[in-house]
Design a protein around this ligand. Structure first.
Ligand SMILES: *Cc1c(COP(=O)(O)O)cnc(C)c1O
Length: 398
């Protein structure tokens, strides 16, 4: 018996439990670039589950910028930022994202997961309070856990509970309070009530942080995200986001805020200090993506048109959709098995989707979450809806 045998048996046991609970995630392999149509197992499929809202993931101008950066700046950095890992490109990208979002400055991370992982511990101490929406992204939950600040939670977008928690934090003697929310809740496609949140934050003297991963680039005026979309504007003090979704879809995260906040993060945020710089090609491609988003009204119009068309046709066909104004459109099945059957019936018909069920969403709220992209043509949307109708009739959803 090797020393690891009993441990490996335990790991196998856990894997079997995951499988028998129906929670095993299988990765299908895509044999080409990300896009509206993707190649899977030798078949072309319509893709309705990428975060590629404006279709920039394989945009030729971004690819050219990335290739040029490899020529001019090389492939890798082999350093963290403060040792020898800051190129002119990195500062250009920080300045561009700050200007785009109307903030003083910005700081880059390897991922938004790292941005959220590093921010709370750096900015807040045990004397302070973090008040967090219950549906916030896993990276916020983990980041909050890493900080010593007192934690308060309010039910998703429940403004009465938020106010109660702000009062409670004051009662508990909090020095500084930070309210944190996703800008868009990705499972439902709901937008956070930012004007209300900012008004409460103003009344109780709290800062506001918004994770706008599912909004930056494609929602609000010029794609400036949920503060632009909702009119919350300057009420939002700190924005975190990703280059891994709308903004070219490669990888990397950022925080944009007042200069003092960014300066302190540069000194203290652990994922920034102890993790490699963004690769030059990723920084240059993301920089081009910011530019394309800022001037991308035509892409946002196309995304919105596709979204409205898909919504209207699916509603007409008798599907139950969650209401909303974002390109995230959940098609409800309620039953988890039905979601799985629907996903595989759609797969057979050449439509690539993901079914979500407990524990990712509450029990009885299983769904197929579709994400609409500007990259889809009219024909793609028509074909996708036709496949949904055919599959929906087969599994008895409509
Ligand atoms: C995708 C996402 C993240 C993680 O972003 P990465 O850059 O991929 O690490 C964080 N927060 C939210 C709300 C997200 O949707």
């Amino acid at each position: 018996m090797g020393k690891a045998d009993s441990f490996l048996a335990h790991v196998s046991q856990t894997l079997s439990e995951i499988e028998s609970d129906g929670l095993l995630k299988r990765e299908r392999m895509i044999e080409g670039p990300q896009g509206a149509r993707i190649q899977v197992n030798g078949r072309e499929m319509i893709n309705l589950c990428a975060n590629n809202y404006l279709g920039l993931a394989n945009h030729p101008e971004i690819e050219t910028a990335a290739r040029q950066a490899i020529n001019d700046y090389g492939f890798g950095m082999s350093s963290v930022r403060f040792i020898c890992g800051t190129q002119t490109l990195h500062r250009e990208l920080e300045n561009a994202i700050a200007a785009y979002l109307g903030k003083d400055d910005a700081i880059l991370f390897a991922a938004c997961f790292d941005a959220n992982g590093g921010i709370f511990e750096t900015l807040l101490t045990a004397e302070d309070a973090i008040i967090s929406d219950s549906l916030n992204h896993a990276s916020i939950i983990d980041g909050v856990r890493l900080s010593k600040a007192k934690r308060y939670r309010f039910a998703n977008s429940d403004m009465n509970e938020l106010e109660d928690q702000l009062k409670q934090a004051d009662k508990d003697g909090a020095r500084f309070k930070l309210v944190v929310t996703d800008g868009v809740f990705s499972m439902d496609g709901y937008v956070a009530k930012l004007p209300e949140i900012c008004a409460l934050a103003e009344r109780y003297g709290a800062l506001v942080m918004v994770d706008d991963c599912h909004a930056t680039g494609h929602l609000g005026e010029k794609g400036r995200g949920t503060s632009a979309l909702t009119g919350a504007g300057d009420g939002v003090d700190i924005i975190t986001g990703t280059f891994g979704k709308t903004l070219g879809g490669a990888m990397g995260g950022f925080i944009a805020a007042r200069k003092e906040i960014i300066d302190l993060l540069r000194q203290r945020a652990r994922p920034y200090l102890f993790s490699n710089s963004l690769a030059p090609a990723v920084a240059a491609g993301s920089l081009k993506a910011v530019e394309l988003c800022e001037s991308g009204d035509h892409l946002r119009e196309k995304m919105t048109k596709n979204t409205q068309k898909f919504r209207a046709k699916m509603t007409e066909a008798g599907f139950e959709l969650l209401e909303g104004e974002t390109p995230i459109i959940p098609v409800m099945t309620h039953d988890a098995k039905l979601a799985q059957r629907m996903a595989s019936a759609l797969d057979e018909r050449g439509v690539y989707v993901a079914g979500f069920f407990f524990p990712v969403v509450p029990k009885g709220k299983a769904r197929i979450r579709t994400q609409i992209s500007a990259a889809l043509g009219e024909k793609d949307v028509d074909e996708a809806v036709a496949a949904f109708i055919d599959a929906g009739q087969e599994v008895g959803l409509i």
